[in-house]
Design a protein around this ligand. Structure first.
Ligand code: ATP
Ligand code: FE
Length: 332
């Protein structure tokens, strides 16, 4: 089965095609149009995002089909993000996906954005519960236990900023530009990771939560005290990686899970990947181009839903700005 995946949850128009055959998945195409209009405003303007999705989605769809080398009538299922995200932006991809599914008479799967981030890792390894999933993105730092297909138990989350948000804010204050994650990672290569001492967030906690606001404040003070951008980047990255890996490892021990999925934009970070590789856990990351928002990850989540025998959604499902993943009901 060829599955079309669409994500328009924020400021990226993503369309991907995945092939599901014999229980195995293969990404055939992954095209993303990243909107640039927002840069001049210093943040995503929801109304502009919706309009750009409308203007671009046809072209991104055509590119994805061409990359996959398939025609639209060969598609056997459609998955599109229904939430969480910007409602006006979500609606564009959701309605587009429903339209394609309706026109072709194929099943439609309204998909949770975070299930997409998690199943992005299915591009690299067979992914079957139970496992732990750490989603580290621009809006989330959430640690889920996934005991069974479709069941997500939130075991920890950030108490303030998301990890990606912290990378972005610290990059901005040290003049490294946007998006901050890649800029910090690049600057860190020439910095001294021990130059700025950061206190470990939530040290000694019994739970599995995260916090980045303390690191952010410490970074601001260090910047004012004259720390160089590379030193600040390297030191902050080290501290952020340390807290993410340490807490996730403790959660793996507590839950007895030996497989950990690490996904979302921050999972592209090389220092984070190296630190996780040193834990002895089976850690699975999304493949290239699948960490930040994209359509292929939504097709991969759709493939997982189909494989698990989940019933497709109806065309009446709407877009949801706020939609906690842990509230997804497990299917009997
Ligand atoms: P959400 O999924 O929570 O709604 P989002 O979709 O906006 O948020 P993603 O696209 O998954 O987030 O990730 C974007 C974030 O990832 C940005 O904050 C960016 O700085 C960060 N990021 C991207 N590459 C890297 C990297 N190499 N190192 C660290 N952070 C990175
Ligand atoms: Fe995302």
């Amino acid at each position: 089965t060829l599955i079309l995946g669409i994500d328009t949850s924020c400021d990226d128009t993503g369309v991907g095609v995945v092939e599901l055959a014999g229980g195995r998945v293969r990404v055939l195409a992954n095209r993303v149009w990243s909107q640039t209009v927002h840069a001049q405003y210093g943040g995503v303007m929801p109304e502009l995002a919706s309009r750009e999705h409308v203007e671009r989605i046809d072209a991104v769809m055509a590119d994805a089909l061409a990359e996959a080398g398939v025609t639209v009538d060969e598609l056997g299922a459609v998955a599109a993000t229904s939430g969480p995200g910007l409602v006006g932006a979500l609606l564009v991809g959701l309605m587009y996906g429903k339209g394609v599914a309706q026109a072709l008479g194929v099943p439609f799967h309204a998909t949770h954005h975070l299930e997409g981030h998690i199943f992005a890792a299915a591009s690299e390894a067979e992914l079957a519960p139970p496992f732990l999933a750490l989603v580290v993105s621009g809006g989330h730092t959430h640690l889920f236990d996934v005991p069974r297909e479709g069941e997500y138990v939130l075991v920890g989350a950030t108490k303030d900023d998301a990890a990606g948000e912290a990378f972005d804010k610290i990059a901005r204050l040290s003049g490294l530009g946007y998006p901050g994650g890649p800029a910090i990672a690049e600057a860190a290569l020439t910095g001294n990771a021990d130059a700025v001492p950061f206190k470990e967030p939530l040290q000694g906690q019994k739970g599995f939560d995260f916090s980045f606001s303390g690191l952010k404040t410490a970074a601001l003070l260090a910047h004012r005290a004259g720390a160089s951008a590379p030193d600040l980047a390297a030191s902050f990255q080290k501290a952020a990686v340390h807290t993410l890996v340490k807490t996730t490892r403790r959660a793996a021990e507590a839950t007895g899970r030996d497989t950990v999925v690490v996904s979302g934009g921050v999972a592209a970070n090389r220092a984070l990947r190296e630190a996780f590789a040193g834990t002895g856990l089976r850690v699975v990351f999304p493949g290239r181009g699948l960490n930040t928002d994209n359509g292929a990850m939504i097709a991969l989540a759709g493939a997982a839903a189909i494989t698990a025998g989940r019933a497709p959604g109806t065309l009446a499902e709407g877009a949801e700005a706020y939609a906690p993943l842990a509230a997804l009901a497990p299917q009997a």
